[in-house]
Design a protein around this ligand. Sequence first.
Ligand SMILES: Cc1cc2nc3c(=O)[nH]c(=O)nc-3n(C[C@H](O)[C@H](O)[C@H](O)COP(=O)(O)OP(=O)(O)OC[C@H]3O[C@@H](n4cnc5c(N)ncnc54)[C@H](O)[C@@H]3O)c2cc1C
Length: 374
Amino acid sequence: MIEKILVVGAGISGAALARKTSDGGKRVVDLIDSRPHVAGNAYDRRTPDGIMEHVYGSHIFHTSNEEVWHFLNQFTEFNGYRHRVLGMVEGKEIPIPFSFESIRACFPEEDTRKIISKLLDRYEEGTKVPIMDLLKEDDPDLRALSDYVYKHVFLHYTEKQWGKSPDEIDGAVTARVPVYVGESWGYFRDTYQGIPVDGYTAMVGKMLDSPKIHLSLNTTFESVKNPEEYDRIFYTGPVDELLGYRFGPLPYRSERFEVETLDREHYQDNAVVNYPDAEHAFTRIHEYKYYLGDKSDRTVIAREYPEPFEVGKNERYYPVPSPENEALHARYVEEAKREYPNIRFLGRLGDYRYYDMDKAVARVMDVYREEFER
Ligand SMILES: Cc1cc2nc3c(=O)[nH]c(=O)nc-3n(C[C@H](O)[C@H](O)[C@H](O)COP(=O)(O)OP(=O)(O)OC[C@H]3O[C@@H](n4cnc5c(N)ncnc54)[C@H](O)[C@@H]3O)c2cc1C
């Protein structure tokens, strides 16, 4: 018998699951997405100047997971791009995360020597020390460093990003801002890194190129007439919306991207420059042509402004991790399973968890094994 599967959401999670499921047995998959395009928040498109724009903000692929890497390489090549982030600190562009190179740029020579030597005495080279831990140091040189990083790199960026002061924010989030004990390195340390050579949308398009997958865009789950006719439903959308927000909405942070095309070859020296100060309301400027090395005498940049998520007004970007929000999500999932006994949630919205793209695909592999190979 042929199993009928419904996958809700054609982002990286839904698309990968549709492909795994349809390749793996006698199954047909209906894949729907409410948006007019596939690839979810990884969606990209060429501008009239031939520049690949990341419509929902910069997406850089990186993983050390062999299974994920081999799965995605069936659908695209990656260009080997290595990401580096600069931060505009007191008028200088310095490497982020804060590293020895950043210390040299921001401290006098004698202080730099003392700070680096004390960091190496205290921590193993290569350690990433969360800023909140470094603030607990009582050595005066390390305190000078942690106070500087806290004030100039961490505090305002975090306030702008989350709309809250650092002590109101979950440790999982603040741990993402470390000081790196060593010379600066690329932003990610994973074995495999890069951007799909024809973009993420093309990669997802190839993933869905199977006679057993039927894709419908501009189609919401709510418009599916008889969901109970499917053997299984995999849902990568928000569970609170599915249940009409009956327990209240799950909080998210959103972003607004102010996109500008400029009549010059480059705007900045790097794909991403952070603005961790209080003067600029945006957190970062993205210059997209760096990702695929697009040639044009014009350039496209986007200023990224964090803002609160409001239902119906903007997009969900980052789930806000906290024990209360996780409990609310779990309550929704339990309730949804009562109404749709054959439903399974996954993805950054379905699981209400921040996943990088590789982690989203790794989660798909786990869900597939649990559902179909047990
Ligand atoms: C600003 C930003 C930058 C990021 N940068 C990186 C990066 O550099 N590297 C990296 O690895 N990851 C990055 N990520 C994470 C990456 O975006 C996620 O890993 C990825 O989007 C997860 O894919 P997904 O399919 O789970 O979710 P999504 O991409 O959100 O896809 C879910 C899909 O479900 C659809 N949907 C929702 N509800 C319904 C419904 N009721 N009916 C039909 N369809 C529905 C939506 O339209 C959407 O297309 C970034 C995230 C953000 C927010």
